[in-house]
Design a protein around this ligand. Structure first.
Ligand code: ADP
Length: 749
């Protein structure tokens, strides 16, 4: 508590005021003392103590300030460098003049004091003293002669008459007192102008003795009430031989003016002697006082330099701190106003500036918040859309995408934000088809477009319905494209199933149903009329009814095949290993004398797939039947069945290849191989590959045909592995699930 108060006291301007006061007091005392050596000697020790204390205090303060400044300088505290510079400048500015003044003052002091004791002054004073003494001596000698003359007039006067004569003589001489003594000092007669003064000045023994010996006495004697007097004592002869000699004492008043002047000269000379005696100690005392005062003022100015430098730098330090706060984003900082000068104006402007920035920042923050809220709202809307949405800039860089888009495509699209569309395809090859389909539309400059794209990805075969729109290019909007797509695989499947269901129903109803009555009618005709006819009629009837029955049978088979193809899907999915189904089916062919070589190459690591085993068997039969028909002409027919587990980036699937070394697919039907009723065979239905395609699609796979380079045809089928198909179901079922696709572990069973 006491320490805090002390610290507050020393950090304020109180010490400096006290020091300045002590300095002024010292200066005053010094100036007073120079007039009065007595006072000087008295106050010298007091001055020494006061100044010593002040110097001690100042040195302490300066050391403390200096240590503080050095510490701040080393720590690179804000404002310490400027303070140091200002202090240095102030110190130089104060030390230089003070040193110059000190040097010359010292010189003046020494010369001044020496000049006081100049030989001429000494002589002048002595001369003045002598002059006063000489003038008094002349007067005294005159009075002696006069007194001697008067004494002669008393020679004849007897003692008893002496009083009257004495009175006359005193009046004549203008003496203030005249007394006649016997040789032994007895008063014979006395004359005094004042009647009250009855007792004359007695004659001392020394004077009696001196006068008796014939020596006149002349001297100065101070009287108590009447001042300095000249006393003259001379011998007076007796009137006769009997009467002894007498002594006449005359007192003459010294004129006041002479008295005063003589006294002054005497006193001045006395003082001068005294000071001359103290000359050296006085000189050193003065020098010491001057040094103390100057040291005190020097230290005070150094301390003031610290004090005011700090005060001057304080608002600048505040400004630096304020600027830093603003740089760090704190616009609420207000600086204290230091004064009404330019610095104060600067600080005021700074405060206004930060206030305005704070307001601007707040409004910017609010608008940013609004934009963020709108963005969040838009994101929520996009996330809840059942369609995938992509936005691209004019350079075909992915800008935004919604969760559904990631789910449909099976990749975390967020990772591709800001990357070119091409990079998506290079990282995920199964999307190459999509990218290839999008580019022509994006580059065509069409305002709106629509296209159907078929992909085979981790989740199997996917049909995407893509719609695109060009974004307007304005000052605020950079333009670009928005692509919206839906996974219509299931919808298409359902539509196709419904259409083929309708075909099957109509076939059954419109064609198959009348066929049996036609067949029965033909048989009845034949049965009833054949035996009644003979010759050519019987032959015509026989042949006609036979043809009708045979053709109806063919029609029935055809209708059944259509009906098989078109019937509603009733797949019984289960987890199975494709290799086992392949082996089962191929075993049937091995048992026969097939007339071709069967090569089997099955990957033992094939994972489980989810499929209908019956449908898969049908698919394999169709393919092997086609291959068999293709190689039957070839003497060294060879059919190869291959299964592989493949991994293309994130896409994992089982691939089935059925190759043969036949003539390959005819060019004219190549593009329509999988369409129903496309055949090059005389008795072919053209439904074999159409059914294969349908089964593959039911299993979420893709199928395509190729002609091999070395000759022969190959049908390639890709079916999704179990885990990934389930994964797709999870995605479709939980559209709101935002977990990245990559985080779901693949089922390796
Ligand atoms: P179909 O066998 O009844 O003709 P498909 O749909 O099975 O009907 O076959 C359609 C056509 O594809 C065939 O007519 C044939 O021309 C061609 N084709 C199918 N498989 C092969 C094959 N392995 N080699 C050559 N051509 C084939």
């Amino acid at each position: 508590m006491a320490f805090t108060a002390l610290k507050k006291f020393f950090s304020g301007s109180t010490p400096i005021v006290l020091l300045v006061l002590s300095l002024l007091a010292s200066l005053y005392l010094l100036s007073e003392a120079t007039h009065n050596s007595e006072l000087f000697s008295k106050i010298f020790s007091l001055m020494l103590v006061i100044n010593g204390l002040a110097i001690f205090l100042l040195i302490g303060l300066i050391i403390r300030n200096l240590a503080e400044l050095i510490r701040q300088y080393r720590q690179r505290t804000i404002g310490s460098r400027l303070t140091a510079r200002l202090v240095l400048l102030f110190v130089i500015l104060s030390v230089t003049p003070v040193s110059v003044v000190y040097y010359f003052s010292l010189d003046f002091l020494q010369r001044g004091i020496d000049s006081w004791f100049d030989v001429r002054v000494d002589n002048a004073l002595q001369d003045a003293l002598e002059l006063s003494q000489t003038s008094l001596g002349v007067r005294m000698r005159e009075l002696l002669q006069e007194t001697k003359k008067l004494a002669l007039q008393l020679n004849d006067i007897p003692n008893d008459l002496a009083a009257i004569k004495l009175n006359d003589l005193r009046s004549l001489a203008g003496a203030s007192e005249m007394t006649l003594f016997s040789l032994h000092g007895r008063i014979i007669a006395s004359s005094n102008p004042e009647a009250t003064n009855l007792l004359p000045l007695s004659l001392d023994n020394t004077t009696q003795l001196q006068v008796r010996q014939g020596k006149d006495e002349v001297g100065l004697i101070p009287l108590l009430d009447t001042g300095l007097h000249i006393r003259i004592a001379v011998l007076v002869a007796g009137p006769d031989a009997v009467t002894e000699h007498r002594i006449l004492q005359a007192l003459f008043a010294v004129p006041d003016r002479i008295n005063t002047l003589a006294n002054n000269v005497q006193a001045a000379f006395g003082n001068y002697r005294e000071i001359a005696f103290l000359r050296t100690p006085l000189k050193y005392s003065f020098i010491l006082s001057l040094s103390l005062v100057l040291l005190l003022s020097l230290l005070t100015s150094i301390w003031a330099a610290f004090f005011y430098a700090r005060r001057l730098v304080a608002p600048i330090t505040d400004l630096v701190e304020g600027t830093r706060a603003v740089a760090a984003g704190n616009y609420e900082k207000r600086l204290p106003l230091p004064s009404r000068d330019e610095l104060g104006f600067l600080v005021k402007s700074f405060n206004e500036m930060t206030h305005r920035i704070a307001i601007a920042t707040e409004s910017a923050r609010q608008s940013q918040q609004q934009v963020e809220e709108q963005n969040a709202y838009l994101e929520v809307v996009l996330a809840h859309l059942s369609s995938g949405v992509l936005t691209l800039d004019t350079e075909y860089t992915l800008h935004t995408s919604n969760t559904t888009a990631s789910q449909i495509l099976g990749i975390p699209l967020l990772e591709f934000n800001g990357r070119l569309l091409d990079t998506i395809a290079s990282d995920h090859p199964h999307l190459q088809l999509l990218v290839d389909a999008l580019y022509p539309h994006l580059k065509s400059g069409q305002h709106e477009w629509q296209d159907e794209v078929i992909l085979f990805g981790p989740a199997g075969r996917q049909v995407l319905m893509c719609r695109g729109t060009q974004l307007p290019h304005t000052v605020t909007l950079p333009g670009g494209h928005v692509v919206v797509f839906d996974d219509i695989t299931a919808v298409l499947q359902a539509q196709r199933n419904a259409a083929w269901g309708e075909v099957a129903r109509r076939l059954a109803h419109e064609i198959k149903n009348p066929l049996t009555p036609i067949q029965l009618c033909a048989e009845r005709l034949r049965h009833k009329y054949l035996h009644t006819m003979t010759g050519k009629d019987a032959e015509v009837l026989d042949r006609s009814t036979h043809t009708i029955v045979q053709q109806v049978e063919t029609l029935k088979e055809m209708v059944k095949a259509f009906s098989d193809y078109a019937r509603m899907p009733s797949v019984q999915m289960q987890s199975l290993v494709l290799n086992e189904i392949i082996q089962e089916v191929l075993d049937l062919y091995r048992n026969e004398s097939i007339g071709f070589q069967l090569v089997v190459d099955l990957d033992p690591t094939n994972p489980l797939i989810e499929a209908d085993p019956g449908r898969l068997r049908q698919l394999l039969h169709n393919l092997i039947k086609n291959a068999q028909e293709a190689v039957v002409q070839n003497g060294e027919g060879r059919i190869t069945v291959i299964s592989r587990c493949m991994q293309e980036e994130t896409c994992r699937f089982v691939e089935l290849r059925v190759e043969d070394n036949g003539p390959g697919f005819p060019d004219d039907v190549f593009s329509q191989l999988f369409e129903p009723y496309i055949t090059t065979k005389p008795k072919g239905s053209g439904l074999g590959l159409a059914i294969v395609k349908k089964i593959v699609e039911e299993h979420g796979g893709v199928v395509w045909a190729e002609n091999r380079l070395q000759g022969g045809a190959v049908i390639i089928i890709r079916l999704p592995v179990l885990g990934q198909r389930r994964q797709k179901d999870i995605h479709t079922g939980l559209a709101k699930n935002t977990q990245p696709v990559d985080n779901i572990p693949h089922d390796t069973a």
